[in-house]
Design a binder for this molecule. Structure first.
Ligand code: HEM
Length: 420
């Protein structure tokens, strides 16, 4: 597959030789496309060296800064002068629909303290290592069941729909205590709400459908609470008046949306990457105890949530020799940071033995992924089970024919045809 960087062309550095040039010419378009599914757009490399804080034009027509160096991305993620509030006029959403929906529904990922703190605390206790460990038997049984079904129906099989999507959706619904009988419904909601081509109306309609489902579930749980997270949220936070119904709906909604698409992509792309690196796959088969390290390295390498951290400066900030003015939007590129060779030497080398594990695939600072313990465990189970029970797994189409998903908040792949 060749690098296309379709949106940016060759002009990115030429057009903006200094930040001051932004008054002279329209900054180049963002997002840039990955040429290879495993690595960030190659343009990030040039930018990191020559223009680590670069002005771009988003599909909405707004301008924003993109940041590509590890130290800058990490520092900004932890900076209290940096806001995640989607209501800022220059909030750098990549689609019109995304911005309007985030400003209207206010999922806590797009809010600042104290609102953010209040909502995050509601969930924090549910994502401890102990809670996640308790889910291991259920998740393992589910992964084995899916592999069995795949084996019974194929080969060939599409690993995205038959395995990755079902595993990730069932996991997050299971955690929440939401019935798992309608996995496709949640897949479609996530696709539309995270799709950069979706209009504001389409996003609102998709989220509205999900909220209506949860609204009915709230009533059921108020009458008959169970042992699940959804019931605890309803009983401990809604019934006590700590949160409104709309706040509860949006917190449950963002947790499902954020937890589903990311892990689907990681399971599918992680499998693809291992199939393309038979030496690494052989290492894992020989030493399954390396699975934790392998997952960590795949998270860094693939950085599927690359442009999820969208922020706005609330004061003038000096970053990499550039002044970001109060009110200006910025996109803190996680794949840019995770491929910074000053922190991760030979960044495109899949190396399970890297000493530094402080990658930013889950972000950093107050919004750092609340589901990361669950995500790591789920990925270990999903990849481990697949490798163990399908020793002859292989790609069923030429690599170049794979269709990548560039238009979503999370980078991914449409389908992954496999055989065995
Ligand atoms: C490999 C899988 C995952 C990746 C790569 C990932 C990545 C991220 C990143 C980068 C952020 C921070 C965004 C920002 O700073 O603006 C985040 C936040 C979040 N993630 Fe994840 N995530 C994953 C899995 C999950 C799972 C499984 C769940 C839940 C079940 C989840 C729920 C959330 C929530 C609710 C937030 C918002 C946290 C906050 O704003 O305080 N994520 N995730």
């Amino acid at each position: 597959m060749t690098e296309t960087d379709a949106a940016g062309g060759d002009s990115i550095s030429a057009v903006i030789s200094t930040a001051a040039d932004t008054t002279r010419a329209e900054p180049p378009a963002f997002p840039l496309q990955r040429g290879c599914p495993f690595f960030p757009p190659t343009r990030y490399e040039t930018l990191r060296e020559t223009e680590p804080v670069a002005r771009v034009t988003l599909p909405t027509g707004r301008h924003a800064w993109i940041i590509t160096r590890y130290e800058d991305v990490r520092a900004l993620l932890a900076d209290p002068r940096v806001s995640a509030d989607a209501r800022h006029p220059d909030f750098p959403a990549m689609g019109v629909g995304e911005r309007e929906a985030a400003a209207r529904n206010r999922p806590f990922i797009r809010t600042d303290p104290p609102d953010h703190t209040r909502h995050r605390r509601m969930l924090q206790a549910e994502f401890t290592v102990r809670r996640v460990t308790n889910m291991v038997p259920t998740l393992t049984a589910y992964a084995e069941e899916l592999v069995d079904e795949m084996h019974a129906a194929g080969p060939p099989s599409d690993l995205v729909s038959a395995y990755a999507n079902r595993m990730s959706t069932a996991t997050v619904l299971n955690l929440m205590g939401v019935p798992t009988d309608d996995l496709e419904f949640f897949r479609d909601v996530t696709r539309i709400s995270g799709g950069r081509q979706s209009s504001a109306q389409e996003v609102q309609a998709a989220l509205g459908g999900m909220f209506a489902k949860f609204d009915a579930l709230i009533d059921r749980r108020l009458r008959e609470p169970g042992e699940d997270l959804f019931s605890r949220l309803v009983v401990n936070h809604l019934a006590t008046g700590a949160v409104t119904r709309q706040e509860l709906l949006s917190t449950v909604g963002i947790t499902i949306v954020a937890g589903r698409e990311t892990t689907t992509s990681m399971i599918a792309l992680g499998t693809l990457m291992l199939l393309e690196r038979p030496d690494r796959l052989a290492e894992l088969r020989e030493r399954p105890e390396m699975l934790g390290e392998a997952v960590e390295e795949l998270l860094r390498m693939l950085s599927v949530a690359d442009s999820i951290p969208l922020r706005v400066a609330t004061a003038d900030l000096e970053v990499g020799g550039v002044t970001i003015r109060a009110g200006e939007g910025m996109i803190l590129l996680l794949a840019g940071a995770n491929h910074d060779p000053t922190v991760f030497p030979n960044p495109t080398e899949l190396d399970f033995h890297r000493p530094d594990r402080h990658h930013l695939a889950f972000g950093f600072g107050i919004h750092q992924c609340i589901g990361q313990n669950l995500a790591r465990t789920e990925l270990e189970i999903a990849l481990g089970t697949l490798i163990r029970w399908t020793p002859t797994l292989r790609l069923a189409v030429p690599f170049d024919e794979l269709e990548l998903r560039h238009d979503a908040a999370t980078f991914g792949i449409e389908a992954l045809p496999v055989a065995w």
